[in-house]
Design a binder for this molecule. Sequence first.
Ligand SMILES: *Cc1c(COP(=O)(O)O)cnc(C)c1O
Length: 414
Amino acid sequence: MVTYRNKELFVENVSFKTLASTYGTPCYIYSKKYLVEQFSDYKNAFKGYPQTIICYSVKANSNLSILKVFKEMGSGFDIVSGGELERVIAIGANPKKVVFSGVAKSNEEVKKAIEFGILFFNVESFDELEVINKIAKKTRHVAEISIRVNPDINPKTHPYISTGLKSSKFGIPIRQSFEIYREAKKMKNIKLIGIDAHIGSQILDLDPFEDSLERLENLYFKLKDENINIDFIDIGGGLGIKYKDEDRPPSKKKFAQKIIKRMKRINCKLLLEPGRSLVGNSGYLLTAVVYKKNNYKKNFLIIDAGMNDLLRPALYGSYHKISKVIRSHKDEKIYDVVGPICETGDVIAKNLSMNDVKLGDILVIHSAGAYGATMSSNYNTRPKIPEILVSGNKTFLIRKKETISQILENEVII
Ligand SMILES: *Cc1c(COP(=O)(O)O)cnc(C)c1O
């Protein structure tokens, strides 16, 4: 999606240098073309199974304009909080394409979601099931639900983003789930319509998805024998993307082929909750070099973006490729790229080899579209940075830069 023209790096038809001078640094840049392509790839990959609903996982990147791009392409949404529910309401999402996941849904959130008329709740505990039943009764509704089961699958990804292991807080152990379905069937204001699992994120191997679906299939038929008929199988999200040049994520087509093969035996509706694989590589964090310094043997590049803007490297030790916006062919040097935050962990890249960099040079941090802006914070009282959507040769400010007074606004001096 980005290419050098002469010596200047472009996203679609806009130069990053122009973006930096127009909007200032740091800022997030997203390519609309990339978003559209990724969603189309999913749609095409699942054409062979027309009973598929794609529900973009809002937490990966929840900017309203990005949600709107997906809505216009027919996407539904997977939400995990009342705040995300407000976002999908704000863009006019079809409630019948919204599913609600998460382990700690509050009474207020459940009530709002029932009133909005969402497709179903992904229920993660027996306690939650009782709460939903109670609130549905009070508001004279029948809440449609699916049980999020924990299939005990190792997705072979980073431990922090593995969610389907026995030891994880997510879902209900698949062995116990059968009993929960039986209990749920007795509840008057609950309608059972789905089985759900989400085993983790940034998964680069298709086997864990297949293993998980196999377990869901077994449960599906076991429930059928008990006269519990399920309409939806929700396989969650988790498909990985390319961060490093050597990463080889499976294509959406290959992923779909494996899933569809098994779904044809089950023959119920299929729901997907992709996040990262739709937005991750659409996004770039644009940043400038503020200072350089050399301590003993290390060369530090101090940039104006920090772990409060992009937490992934500090949280997961994750890798993000970094490029210079103006290419040069001076000597290569080894740098540690660090942010302004007063934490030793505020490192964006370690031992990065790059052509000599000057103060004020603009850099692009790649693959920042997923779990970038949404995980950002005000640590060190730094305002949230602007977000810009690029489409062809046009640019749109889709989130204004936060002001310090907005940060201070809710605080009370006593
Ligand atoms: C985070 C999450 C997703 C999206 O995961 P990706 O790895 O970004 O595709 C889907 N479903 C649930 C329940 C999630 O928590």
